[in-house]
Write a protein that binds this ligand. Structure first.
Ligand SMILES: Cc1ncc(COP(=O)(O)O)c(C=O)c1O
Length: 389
């Protein structure tokens, strides 16, 4: 029987990623050197005391039951972190864990949107920002982020009639993939603007700890009135390299948190308890490694962005995230072809910008996931081609 899959599956074709992966494997088999700057998984390990906490908890048979809920120590640890790190007071019912921000963002609109509701999402933006709402049948309304508008949404320029149909808006800075931050004044304007238009704000705060040149990562929840209309995802994946453990939090408006808990209780039974204990260790430990890793990402940023500028590729310095964002050289008009040619000629693998939305076309994203020496080698490999000429 020919199995007919749901129409939505057409949106999830692997396409170019599969092709690039096959090409990369083929080149590796031929002994070619590959500089994989494509995937955004930190190459640093979690801290030893975090892994110890997981292992210790994993030795206890009682930790293999369904967790069902967050352990109280975990919620306390998040509350304390928000207090100390962000100057935000959270109550216990204003926070819950999720199975990574990816899962959280994929599901939260299930509790907020009906088919036909509009959801504002950044273009370019991290793909789940659009995929999540579209699972509910909501209409995605991209907001353009361009160099001209400082990579900030043009709140005043949005159509009033369209706004009356908007249920939520997804916002995230430092933003993957454009690597820009937003000033305090933007958030101070955004919150009252959203309240005026009855728009729920979903803030993805994945990179508040990976931010450069003395900038400070903050929480949207510090803005007066934010808890009335906003929730924030705060992930341990990038700050603490707890990536594969899948631990992130939803914090903010208590009604949204309560409904999201109710929704998730229908589809899972809570996070493996040893993973919860490891997260407590991460959140209550010192921030020394978090800062050291941020400094190392900044050195890699300098090696990549500075290195590419030195060889004639005009790319802006990332302000945050573990990525760099570059417009492809003028003589190319297709980012996918460019990525393929770059891989073939240099072994450097990056991500085509069009996978982040229509305004990502003609751009590529590099992940800062190799040490400085390797990044320098990658830049050198690019310098020895005719691709920038
Ligand atoms: C902006 C952004 N949000 C969320 C995620 C995923 O986070 P998590 O590992 O918590 O699912 C990523 C991962 O690259 C990301 O770049």
């Amino acid at each position: 029987m020919k199995i007919q899959f749901a129409d939505r599956m057409k949106d999830y074709e692997e396409g170019i990623f599969q092709v690039l992966n096959e090409k990369k494997t083929q080149m590796e088999q031929q002994g070619r050197k590959i500089y994989n700057l494509s995937v955004g998984t930190p190459d640093f390990p979690p801290e030893q005391h975090v892994m110890d906490a997981v292992v210790q908890a994993a030795q206890k048979p009682e930790n293999y039951k369904y967790a069902l809920a967050d352990i109280p120590e975990l919620i306390e640890a998040v509350i304390e972190r928000y207090r100390v790190r962000y100057g935000v007071e959270l109550a216990k019912d204003e926070v819950m864990s999720v199975y990574g921000s990816q899962e959280g963002i994929a599901h939260i609109c299930m509790t907020l949107c009906n088919p036909g509701d509009c959801v504002l999402v950044p273009d370019p933006g991290y793909p789940i920002f659009g995929i999540g709402p579209s699972l509910t049948g909501a209409q995605i309304v991209p907001y353009a982020l361009t160099q001209e508008n400082g990579y900030l949404p043009d709140l005043e320029g949005m159509d009033e009639q369209m706004l009356s149909r908007v249920k939520c808006m997804i916002v995230s800075y430092p933003l993957n993939p454009v690597c820009k931050t937003a000033p305090d004044s933007f958030y101070e304007k955004l919150v009252p603007w959203a309240a005026k238009h009855h728009i729920i704000l979903i803030h993805d705060n994945a990179y508040s700890d990976i931010i450069y040149d003395g900038r400070e990562g903050k929480s949207i929840l510090r803005i007066p009135g934010a808890k009335e209309i906003a929730v924030e995802f705060y992930s341990l994946s990038k700050s603490f390299n707890y990536t594969g453990a899948r631990m992130s939090f939803l914090a903010g408006n208590r009604e949204i948190v309560a409904n999201f808990k109710r929704f998730r209780s229908q589809i899972d039974y809570g996070t493996f308890l040893p993973v919860q204990y490891g997260a407590v260790a991460a959140l209550t430990g010192s921030d020394r490694m978090v800062k050291e890793h941020c400094a190392e990402y900044q050195r890699r940023r300098d090696a990549l962005c500075g290195g590419l500028r030195n060889i004639g590729w005009q790319i802006e310095d990332s302000e945050g995230t573990m990525f760099a964002w570059a417009r492809i050289p003028d003589k190319y008009d297709d980012d996918v072809n460019f990525v393929m040619e770059l891989l073939e000629k240099t072994g450097v693998l990056c991500t085509p910008g069009s996978s982040f939305g229509s305004l990502g076309r003609s751009h590529v994203r590099f992940a800062l996931t190799l040490p400085v020496e390797k990044i320098r080698e990658a830049v050198d490999a690019i310098a020895h081609t005719d691709m920038l000429a």
